[in-house]
Design a protein around this ligand. Structure first.
Ligand SMILES: [Zn+2]
Ligand SMILES: [Zn+2]
Length: 252
Protein backbone atom coordinates (compact mmCIF):
# COMPACT_ATOMS: atom_id res chain seq x y z
CA UNK A 1 0.00 0.00 0.00
CA UNK A 2 1.28 3.46 -0.85
CA UNK A 3 1.75 5.85 2.04
CA UNK A 4 -1.07 8.10 0.84
CA UNK A 5 -3.57 5.26 0.36
CA UNK A 6 -5.84 4.70 3.28
CA UNK A 7 -7.28 1.31 4.01
CA UNK A 8 -11.04 1.00 3.68
CA UNK A 9 -12.50 0.29 7.09
CA UNK A 10 -16.20 0.26 6.21
CA UNK A 11 -17.96 -0.06 2.89
CA UNK A 12 -21.68 0.50 2.73
CA UNK A 13 -23.84 -0.46 -0.27
CA UNK A 14 -27.53 0.34 -0.65
CA UNK A 15 -29.46 -2.84 -1.48
CA UNK A 16 -32.97 -1.48 -0.96
CA UNK A 17 -34.35 1.92 -0.02
CA UNK A 18 -38.13 1.96 -0.49
CA UNK A 19 -40.51 2.26 2.42
CA UNK A 20 -43.51 -0.07 2.73
CA UNK A 21 -43.12 -2.02 -0.54
CA UNK A 22 -40.57 -2.06 -3.35
CA UNK A 23 -40.76 -0.35 -6.71
CA UNK A 24 -40.53 -2.58 -9.82
CA UNK A 25 -37.38 -4.71 -9.71
CA UNK A 26 -36.20 -2.99 -6.53
CA UNK A 27 -36.24 -3.57 -2.78
CA UNK A 28 -37.30 -2.13 0.56
CA UNK A 29 -34.80 -1.64 3.39
CA UNK A 30 -31.50 -3.45 3.05
CA UNK A 31 -27.92 -2.20 3.51
CA UNK A 32 -24.74 -4.19 3.03
CA UNK A 33 -22.04 -3.25 5.52
CA UNK A 34 -18.60 -4.68 4.76
CA UNK A 35 -15.43 -4.57 6.81
CA UNK A 36 -12.20 -6.27 5.77
CA UNK A 37 -13.39 -9.44 7.54
CA UNK A 38 -17.18 -9.51 7.49
CA UNK A 39 -20.26 -8.94 5.35
CA UNK A 40 -23.19 -7.80 7.44
CA UNK A 41 -26.71 -7.18 6.15
CA UNK A 42 -28.68 -4.44 7.91
CA UNK A 43 -32.40 -5.22 7.48
CA UNK A 44 -33.73 -7.73 4.99
CA UNK A 45 -36.75 -6.21 3.29
CA UNK A 46 -38.79 -7.23 0.28
CA UNK A 47 -36.56 -7.81 -2.75
CA UNK A 48 -33.28 -7.66 -0.81
CA UNK A 49 -32.37 -11.30 -1.32
CA UNK A 50 -32.45 -10.98 -5.10
CA UNK A 51 -30.73 -7.59 -5.19
CA UNK A 52 -27.88 -8.42 -2.85
CA UNK A 53 -26.60 -11.20 -5.10
CA UNK A 54 -25.47 -8.54 -7.56
CA UNK A 55 -22.82 -7.65 -4.97
CA UNK A 56 -22.27 -10.75 -2.87
CA UNK A 57 -22.97 -14.49 -2.99
CA UNK A 58 -25.40 -15.41 -0.23
CA UNK A 59 -22.99 -17.82 1.47
CA UNK A 60 -20.76 -14.88 2.24
CA UNK A 61 -23.30 -13.10 4.44
CA UNK A 62 -21.82 -13.43 7.94
CA UNK A 63 -24.58 -11.83 9.97
CA UNK A 64 -27.88 -9.98 9.71
CA UNK A 65 -28.84 -7.13 12.05
CA UNK A 66 -32.49 -6.12 12.10
CA UNK A 67 -33.89 -2.76 13.19
CA UNK A 68 -37.40 -4.16 13.76
CA UNK A 69 -39.92 -6.66 12.48
CA UNK A 70 -42.12 -4.68 10.10
CA UNK A 71 -42.51 -6.41 6.75
CA UNK A 72 -40.54 -3.84 4.77
CA UNK A 73 -37.51 -4.71 6.95
CA UNK A 74 -37.82 -8.50 7.21
CA UNK A 75 -39.93 -9.73 4.27
CA UNK A 76 -37.08 -11.74 2.73
CA UNK A 77 -35.81 -13.17 6.01
CA UNK A 78 -37.63 -16.49 5.70
CA UNK A 79 -36.15 -17.08 2.25
CA UNK A 80 -32.71 -16.12 3.55
CA UNK A 81 -33.13 -18.83 6.18
CA UNK A 82 -33.99 -21.31 3.43
CA UNK A 83 -30.89 -20.14 1.58
CA UNK A 84 -28.78 -20.78 4.69
CA UNK A 85 -30.23 -24.29 4.79
CA UNK A 86 -29.55 -25.02 1.13
CA UNK A 87 -26.04 -23.55 1.29
CA UNK A 88 -25.20 -25.65 4.36
CA UNK A 89 -26.63 -28.75 2.68
CA UNK A 90 -24.43 -28.01 -0.34
CA UNK A 91 -21.37 -27.52 1.86
CA UNK A 92 -21.00 -23.89 0.79
CA UNK A 93 -21.69 -22.64 4.27
CA UNK A 94 -20.31 -24.25 7.43
CA UNK A 95 -21.76 -22.24 10.29
CA UNK A 96 -25.30 -21.11 11.06
CA UNK A 97 -26.21 -17.59 10.02
CA UNK A 98 -26.48 -15.28 13.02
CA UNK A 99 -29.50 -12.98 12.96
CA UNK A 100 -29.62 -10.16 15.49
CA UNK A 101 -32.88 -8.49 16.50
CA UNK A 102 -34.68 -7.29 19.61
CA UNK A 103 -36.35 -9.86 21.87
CA UNK A 104 -39.29 -7.68 22.89
CA UNK A 105 -41.99 -9.60 21.07
CA UNK A 106 -42.77 -13.00 19.57
CA UNK A 107 -40.94 -12.32 16.30
CA UNK A 108 -37.60 -12.97 17.98
CA UNK A 109 -38.33 -16.71 18.14
CA UNK A 110 -38.57 -16.77 14.33
CA UNK A 111 -34.93 -15.70 13.92
CA UNK A 112 -33.73 -19.20 14.80
CA UNK A 113 -34.35 -21.89 12.21
CA UNK A 114 -33.22 -25.42 13.07
CA UNK A 115 -29.41 -25.53 12.95
CA UNK A 116 -29.25 -23.14 10.00
CA UNK A 117 -29.84 -19.72 11.58
CA UNK A 118 -29.59 -18.56 15.17
CA UNK A 119 -31.33 -15.55 16.74
CA UNK A 120 -29.34 -13.23 18.99
CA UNK A 121 -30.95 -10.51 21.10
CA UNK A 122 -30.08 -6.81 20.90
CA UNK A 123 -31.12 -3.89 23.09
CA UNK A 124 -29.76 -0.56 24.23
CA UNK A 125 -27.52 -2.35 26.77
CA UNK A 126 -25.94 -4.50 24.08
CA UNK A 127 -22.66 -3.57 22.49
CA UNK A 128 -22.43 -5.98 19.64
CA UNK A 129 -19.08 -6.75 18.08
CA UNK A 130 -18.90 -8.49 14.73
CA UNK A 131 -15.23 -8.59 13.79
CA UNK A 132 -14.05 -5.01 13.44
CA UNK A 133 -17.56 -3.55 13.62
CA UNK A 134 -18.95 -2.48 16.98
CA UNK A 135 -22.70 -1.81 17.12
CA UNK A 136 -24.67 0.26 19.60
CA UNK A 137 -28.45 0.56 19.49
CA UNK A 138 -30.85 3.43 20.18
CA UNK A 139 -34.60 3.09 20.80
CA UNK A 140 -36.80 4.63 18.14
CA UNK A 141 -40.29 6.06 18.50
CA UNK A 142 -42.38 3.85 16.24
CA UNK A 143 -45.62 1.85 16.63
CA UNK A 144 -43.63 -1.29 17.47
CA UNK A 145 -40.19 -1.65 19.11
CA UNK A 146 -37.49 -0.50 16.70
CA UNK A 147 -33.83 0.43 16.99
CA UNK A 148 -31.45 2.74 15.23
CA UNK A 149 -27.86 1.65 15.14
CA UNK A 150 -24.43 3.23 15.25
CA UNK A 151 -21.59 1.17 13.87
CA UNK A 152 -17.98 2.01 14.54
CA UNK A 153 -14.94 0.42 12.98
CA UNK A 154 -11.58 1.89 13.89
CA UNK A 155 -12.39 5.61 13.88
CA UNK A 156 -15.09 5.44 11.19
CA UNK A 157 -18.77 5.70 12.08
CA UNK A 158 -21.90 4.73 10.22
CA UNK A 159 -25.26 5.69 11.70
CA UNK A 160 -28.46 4.07 10.46
CA UNK A 161 -31.61 5.72 11.72
CA UNK A 162 -34.46 3.38 10.93
CA UNK A 163 -38.21 3.94 11.26
CA UNK A 164 -38.92 6.57 13.89
CA UNK A 165 -40.48 9.89 14.62
CA UNK A 166 -38.39 12.65 16.13
CA UNK A 167 -36.51 11.91 19.34
CA UNK A 168 -33.59 13.91 20.74
CA UNK A 169 -31.64 10.68 21.32
CA UNK A 170 -31.32 10.22 17.57
CA UNK A 171 -28.87 13.10 17.47
CA UNK A 172 -26.65 11.20 19.88
CA UNK A 173 -26.92 8.07 17.75
CA UNK A 174 -25.68 10.03 14.74
CA UNK A 175 -23.03 12.13 16.52
CA UNK A 176 -20.08 12.91 14.19
CA UNK A 177 -21.06 10.06 11.85
CA UNK A 178 -19.03 9.82 8.65
CA UNK A 179 -22.24 8.76 6.96
CA UNK A 180 -25.80 8.98 8.24
CA UNK A 181 -28.40 6.81 6.53
CA UNK A 182 -31.67 8.26 7.75
CA UNK A 183 -35.24 7.30 7.10
CA UNK A 184 -37.11 10.07 5.33
CA UNK A 185 -40.61 8.73 4.83
CA UNK A 186 -42.29 12.12 4.79
CA UNK A 187 -42.17 15.44 3.04
CA UNK A 188 -42.06 18.40 5.41
CA UNK A 189 -45.73 19.15 4.81
CA UNK A 190 -46.57 16.00 6.77
CA UNK A 191 -44.72 17.02 9.92
CA UNK A 192 -47.06 16.45 12.85
CA UNK A 193 -49.67 14.89 10.56
CA UNK A 194 -48.26 11.36 10.27
CA UNK A 195 -46.64 9.77 13.33
CA UNK A 196 -43.90 7.16 13.59
CA UNK A 197 -41.70 8.53 10.80
CA UNK A 198 -39.36 11.41 10.05
CA UNK A 199 -39.73 14.22 7.56
CA UNK A 200 -36.83 15.14 5.31
CA UNK A 201 -36.38 18.34 7.29
CA UNK A 202 -36.12 16.37 10.51
CA UNK A 203 -33.54 14.06 8.92
CA UNK A 204 -31.60 17.19 7.98
CA UNK A 205 -31.92 18.54 11.51
CA UNK A 206 -30.52 15.32 12.98
CA UNK A 207 -27.58 15.46 10.57
CA UNK A 208 -26.92 19.12 11.36
CA UNK A 209 -27.20 18.83 15.15
CA UNK A 210 -25.12 15.63 15.14
CA UNK A 211 -22.40 17.17 12.96
CA UNK A 212 -22.69 14.26 10.51
CA UNK A 213 -20.39 14.49 7.51
CA UNK A 214 -22.87 13.17 4.95
CA UNK A 215 -26.62 12.50 4.89
CA UNK A 216 -28.30 9.82 2.78
CA UNK A 217 -32.10 9.83 2.72
CA UNK A 218 -33.70 6.38 2.54
CA UNK A 219 -36.97 4.54 3.28
CA UNK A 220 -38.53 6.82 0.68
CA UNK A 221 -42.24 7.35 -0.05
CA UNK A 222 -44.26 6.21 -3.07
CA UNK A 223 -45.49 9.69 -3.97
CA UNK A 224 -44.17 13.14 -4.66
CA UNK A 225 -40.74 14.00 -6.05
CA UNK A 226 -37.87 12.56 -4.04
CA UNK A 227 -35.66 15.45 -5.13
CA UNK A 228 -37.90 17.65 -2.97
CA UNK A 229 -36.84 15.58 0.06
CA UNK A 230 -33.23 16.47 -0.70
CA UNK A 231 -34.10 20.16 -0.96
CA UNK A 232 -36.01 20.06 2.33
CA UNK A 233 -33.18 18.32 4.19
CA UNK A 234 -30.67 20.76 2.69
CA UNK A 235 -32.50 23.75 4.15
CA UNK A 236 -31.25 22.68 7.60
CA UNK A 237 -28.15 20.54 6.92
CA UNK A 238 -25.04 22.30 5.64
CA UNK A 239 -23.30 19.11 4.47
CA UNK A 240 -23.91 16.93 1.42
CA UNK A 241 -27.39 15.36 1.10
CA UNK A 242 -28.31 12.65 -1.37
CA UNK A 243 -30.95 10.01 -2.02
CA UNK A 244 -30.31 6.32 -1.46
CA UNK A 245 -30.12 4.46 -4.78
CA UNK A 246 -29.77 0.76 -5.45
CA UNK A 247 -26.08 -0.14 -5.63
CA UNK A 248 -24.81 3.22 -4.48
CA UNK A 249 -21.87 2.68 -2.15
CA UNK A 250 -19.44 4.59 0.04
CA UNK A 251 -16.06 3.63 1.44
CA UNK A 252 -15.19 5.21 4.75
ZN1 LIG B 1 -41.54 0.17 10.65
ZN1 LIG C 1 -40.28 0.61 7.35
Amino acid sequence: MKANEKETIIKLTIIGWWGAYPGAGQATSGYLLQTSQHNILLDCGSGVLGQIQTYLDLEHIDAVVLSHYHHDHIADLGCLQYAARVLMDLGKRETPLEIYGHAEDHHFADLSYHEFTVGRAIDTQTELQIGEAVFKFWPNVHPDPCYSMRVQSDNKVLAYISDTQWDDGLVTAARDADILICESSLYDEYKGVVGGHLTAGEAGTIAQEANAKRLVLSHLPHFGKHVDLVAQAATVFNGPVELAETGKSWEL
